[in-house]
Design a protein around this ligand. Structure first.
Ligand code: GLN
Ligand code: ZN
Length: 761
């Protein structure tokens, strides 16, 4: 009976690691304190898996910050600016790379495939002196062994490591990162040798880049890397783990022909073609690690369904070669359902977090060898059935309305330039109109009021008054600053997705369902479990209150359907686009109610549209088609004179510029200040853009206050590529995380810059 877990969350069931890290960074506790918390977490995770009966238990999936950064440390690939002088890498160097220090900024962070986890991007060039500088993988293996648990040490595979790296600053464009393979493999060999000496009988190499679109040169790197490692790997079993999608057919061939490898791990949840690939040819005598338990979601497994898939695989690879596994590391799901005190029993019976998934994997493995836990399986079947038939899940009217959207087009009748003219007649804005993205600083006091209102410690009346006072303050400030299009500041919102989820039907919220986003930062995605509908207006009360305080246009602020979808745990019983269409219909009702209430400018944020882009090129068009369609559904019903804005956070969207134009918003504001050239180059290259556009003129992620000249400079640069009459002036993103002492002078300079340029036109 064989069961395996690809990886496990590190934060702890109550975010213990987060608090230990932050306290250490703040100088409130020692390195020893931090190490103790980490060791306790690791040992409880190992014990939990061992007690559940898991055969292949991972080690080295713990990280103080990030597993890719751990690999950078293992290879001694520390960029020179951190002043590391060799020796074993300690917290100082490690956390400086992760977070920067007083004199040096951090290394770049980017999204781990299409998850919300962010890794630290290795910076490599021809003169990096690789050396074996962190023995963490071996130490963790020994640590587990001392606790009586024989684990499978997990390493980020050498080829994926290089493919996920970027060339260091100043390194020529022609430099091939893969050329570094021969320099890092000797270190991998040392690690393998030490692991073998310590007693490891299996080693797992994570090579998830195999699921991407790789060219033959990149694929060849896998072949040469593992042939090079083959002799070191003799005497130990080697698992190559892939996840997040199916491995394309050509890569599948390369992968399954690798030398020195004993087993292959595949994602059978997202990898829709994985089954066919395996059926089409799996090397005989090798182990198949079948990822049938979803590591990316929070739903209980359909055990009967999984069992029948496993049985069909068993027929191909043989009884003793099949291992039941998770689709990917459980890092991307919540930790333990046991701590959910507020979810009702029925809903809870539909869910499984990491701790429960471990049990599911083991139950499946046991069932395969004829020891099916009947009680467990029948409880699971009953929960599956109740989820299928529950009236909480299905709302016929919503299903019908969403189904009717498919295949049809939704667009505003008039084209964007005519609409902008009609809007300008009504709004009468100056050229280069100024605005902000929505939120204003959230003070401790504000958070307290919201928290106490939620806990029913503050009456509704008092709560409304406090929020109203806050809005008044924000409106007055914007008028004093002479901003043209105002916002109410979003003081009533804790989070831009949660706020809407709490008011829509079909959503549930956890108390401890945290998932690591980067470092110590975690997010708590809402769970969309049923058909989505809007029982009543969600923002009209606050937006019309705010509009009544000023003669200037007040933007209504909404989160768009694609962003709500991408930042939630979504249903796995219908395609993503169907859920998205349902949310779009709910937001559409809100847009129309805002318009009726006299709000003439409505911003629908699609902060996360770009990040939902699938991993493979072949799937992009379909995603963009329904995502952009969903956005248009929300506002296709408004009058020409109502101005629809959207906002996007991720500036790296040159590749999807045509989809962005196809969203057909009247105005788009975008994060830009950290990558000026990138964005503007699209327009320089001649992409026609007729709608309003506000590339952020300063970075809100930094406390730094930009000067008027600096902002004016930026605006001038933009004017070189964009028509004067479409350019807006605004910061990069919401101001929620900043202080008023930063926001006031920054906005003052921003407005001054816009005014200065207006006089020069
Ligand atoms: N309107 C939101 C705000 O200003 C947008 C946040 C975002 O783009 N992430 O906070
Ligand atoms: Zn943003």
């Amino acid at each position: 009976m064989a069961s395996h877990i690809v990886g496990y969350p590190r934060m702890g069931p109550k975010r213990e690691l987060k608090f230990a890290l932050e306290s250490f960074w703040d100088g409130k506790s020692t390195a020893e304190d931090l190490k103790k918390v980490a060791a306790d977490l690791r040992s409880s995770i190992w014990k939990q898996m061992a007690d559940a009966g898991i055969k292949y238990i991972p080690s080295n999936t713990f990280a103080y910050y990030d597993q890719v950064l751990d690999t950078t440390a293992m290879l001694g690939a520390v960029p020179s600016r951190y002043g590391w002088n060799g020796g074993e890498i300690g917290f100082d160097t490690y956390f400086s790379m992760a977070r920067g220090n007083a004199s040096v900024p951090a290394m770049e962070m980017t999204k781990w495939f299409d998850t919300n986890y962010h890794f630290i991007v290795p910076e490599l060039g021809p003169d990096v002196n690789f050396s074996y500088a962190s023995h963490k993988a071996v130490d963790e293996y020994k640590e587990a062994k001392a606790l009586g648990v024989d684990t499978v040490p997990v390493l980020v595979g050498p080829v994926s490591y290089l493919l996920l790296s970027k060339p260091a600053k100043g390194v020529e464009k022609s430099f091939s990162l893969l050329s570094l393979l021969e320099k890092i493999l000797p270190i991998y060999k040392e690690v393998v040798t030490e692991l073998k000496a310590a007693g490891a009988s299996w080693i797992q190499f994570d090579e998830p880049t195999l699921v991407k679109d790789l060219d033959s040169h990149q694929l060849h790197a896998f072949t040469s890397a593992y042939s090079e490692l083959e002799s070191s790997l003799s005497g130990v079993n080697v698992l190559i783990e892939t996840y997040f999608a199916d491995v394309p057919a050509k890569a599948f061939k390369t992968l399954t022909s690798l030398k020195g490898v004993t087993g292959f791990g595949f994602d059978l949840i997202r990898g829709t073609k994985t089954l066919d690939l395996i059926k089409g040819g799996f090397p005989s005598g090798k182990y198949l690690f079948a990822g049938v338990v979803d590591g990316r979601n929070i739903w209980a497994n359909d055990l009967a369904g999984s069992l029948s898939i496993l049985q069909s695989l068993e027929a191909i690879v043989g009884k003793d070669k099949l291992v039941v596994s998770t689709s990917c590391s459980l890092l991307h799901t919540a930790v333990d359902l046991v701590n959910e005190t507020k979810l009702d029993k029925e809903l809870k019976s539909w869910l499984a977090f990491a701790a429960q998934k471990v049990v599911e994997v083991n139950a499946l493995a046991k069932a395969l060898v004829g020891h099916q836990d009947e009680a467990f399986f029948s409880a699971n079947a009953a929960a599956q059935a109740s989820r299928k038939s529950s009236p909480r899940v299905t709302n016929e009217a919503v299903q019908k309305a969403a189904a009717a959207l498919k295949g049809s087009d939704h667009r505003r009748a008039t084209n964007v330039s005519a609409r902008l003219d009609a809007q300008q007649k009504k709004l009468n804005l100056p050229v280069l109109p100024t605005t902000t993205i929505g939120s204003f600083p959230q003070t401790m006091e504000l958070r307290r009021v919201r928290r106490e209102y939620k806990a029913k410690k503050v009456s509704e009346e008092n709560y409304i008054n406090s929020i109203k006072e806050e809005i008044k303050k924000v409106v007055k400030l914007q008028e004093e600053l002479d901003i043209d299009v105002l916002v109410h500041g979003e003081p009533e919102r804790n989070d831009m997705v949660e706020y809407f989820g709490e008011q829509l039907s079909g959503f549930a919220f956890t108390v401890n369902g945290w998932v690591q986003s980067y470092g110590s930062r975690c997010v708590k995605p809402p769970i969309i479990y049923g058909d989505v509908s809007r029982p009543k207006p969600m923002t009209v009360f606050w937006s019309s209150m705010a509009q009544s305080m000023t003669a200037r246009p007040m933007k209504g602020m909404l989160t768009g359907p694609v962003t709500i979808l991408n930042w939630s745990f979504v249903r796995n019983d219908q395609p993503r686009f169907e859920t998205c269409y349902q949310i779009a219909l709910a937001i559409k009702d809100e847009v129309e109610d805002l318009e009726k209430a006299g709000i003439n400018v409505i911003q629908i944020d699609e902060a996360a549209l770009r990040e939902g882009l699938p991993l493979r090129k072949s799937e992009e068009a379909f995603y963009l088609e329904w995502a952009v369609h969903s956005f248009r559904i929300t506002n296709c019903g408004v009058q020409d004179t109502t101005q629809v804005h959207t906002h996007m956070c991720y500036s790296n969207f040159n590749d999807i510029i045509h989809s962005i134009i196809d969203m057909d918003a009247d105005v788009i504001t975008i994060e830009n200040s950290r990558s000026d050239e990138k964005l503007l180059s699209v327009f320089r290259e001649g992409v026609k853009y007729g709608a309003g556009i506000g590339p952020g003129v300063y970075d809100i992620h930094s406390p730094r206050i930009p000067s008027t000249d600096e902002i004016a400079d930026r605006i001038n640069k933009m004017l070189q590529v964009l028509e004067t009459n479409i350019l807006w002036v605004n910061p990069d993103c919401g101001l929620k995380t900043r202080k008023y002492t930063e926001v006031k002078p920054a906005l003052l300079n921003m407005v001054a810059a816009a005014k200065l340029i207006r006089t020069q036109l």
